[in-house]
Design a protein around this ligand. Structure first.
Ligand code: NAD
Ligand code: ZN
Length: 258
């Protein structure tokens, strides 16, 4: 897809401001991964149009083996483990290499920013790349547990203590990791531009990170095909696919900083 002249002009402006800034904070949501084949929650093809989010609380996961079985089966059969980074992730990694945006705060749990080369990713909602035992706290790479599910264990238990295993994501009803969300807020105090891409900006406290930059009077740029909760306080809205807008933006910055 090529850029319209309007979009090109908007991206020129955003790139100029980012080139002059000290430190851009990139904030991402499920929308940067839809072009990798992972559905978002609230977009037009979102997962919440098909399943009931109320089922997937931590309380149900702990209480009900059937929820755990369904959860593992959905994970193993789904697209999350096999997905590959797309041009949005690579463009964000390029912003780091250009020295523009050293840190990414993401709500995504898919690990695709790291797969594309970003080295400092604050995953406020955790990751599916690891498992954690809800009883003894043991953690490890997810692959071994996925292999157990594929071999027929419907609800694999911890090999250390027999406890309940779960992917290391934050479920509904579960507390965020304080040191992770605290670091995200610390980054919101350091940056002088925020680039929020592919997020409805409706899930709190994560969305308070871009909101905080706007509150401090810093420029918030939003790339989203649809309206978001923070459109009113944004310095610019870029209504485009992130897989189109982000590479075009990174290209402009590379030119400006050459
Ligand atoms: P969301 O589903 O609330 O919003 C996604 C937004 O991205 C929507 O506003 C949609 O219009 C937009 N969008 C979708 N595809 C786009 C594209 N190609 N270009 C531009 N915009 C696009 O997601 P959120 O804001 O991240 O918050 C919800 C929660 O979703 C988070 O807690 C996150 O943990 C979870 N989640 C993560 C993944 C993942 O890791 N890939 C997938 C689904 C949900
Ligand atoms: Zn254990």
């Amino acid at each position: 897809m090529s850029l319209t002249p309007e979009l090109g002009e908007q991206l020129d402006n955003v790139a100029r401001q980012m080139a002059q800034a000290e430190r851009t904070l990139v904030f991402t949501g499920a929308g940067v991964s839809t072009e990798s084949g992972i559905p978002d929650f609230r977009g037009p093809q979102g997962l919440w149009k098909k399943v009931d989010p109320k089922l997937f609380t931590i309380q149900n996961y702990v209480a009900d083996p059937e929820v755990r079985k369904l959860s593992w089966r959905t994970r193993v059969e789904g697209e999350l483990f096999s997905a590959k980074p797309n041009p949005s992730h690579f463009a964000i990694a390029r912003l780091e290499k250009l020295g523009v945006a050293p840190v990414v705060v993401t709500q995504n749990i898919d690990g695709l920013h790291q797969a594309a080369g970003s080295t400092d990713v604050i995953e406020v909602h955790g990751t599916v790349r690891e498992i954690v035992c809800l009883d003894c706290g043991d953690r490890g790479p997810v692959e071994d547990t996925v292999a157990r599910v594929e071999a027929g264990e419907e609800d694999p238990s911890c090999l250390c203590c027999g406890g309940i295993l779960k992917v290391a994501t934050i479920s509904f009803g579960q507390q965020l990791e304080p040191e992770v969300i605290d670091r995200a807020f610390a980054e919101a105090e350091r940056a002088d531009v925020c680039l929020a891409a592919g997020s409805s900006l409706s899930v709190t406290p994560a969305a308070w990170v871009p909101a905080r930059l706007a509150e401090r009077g810093q420029a918030l740029f939003i790339i989203n095909e649809e309206p978001t909760e923070l459109d009113d306080v944004a310095a610019a809205l870029i209504p485009a696919k992130t897989g189109v807008a982000l590479p075009a933006l990174a290209e402009r910055l590379a030119d400006l900083l050459r």
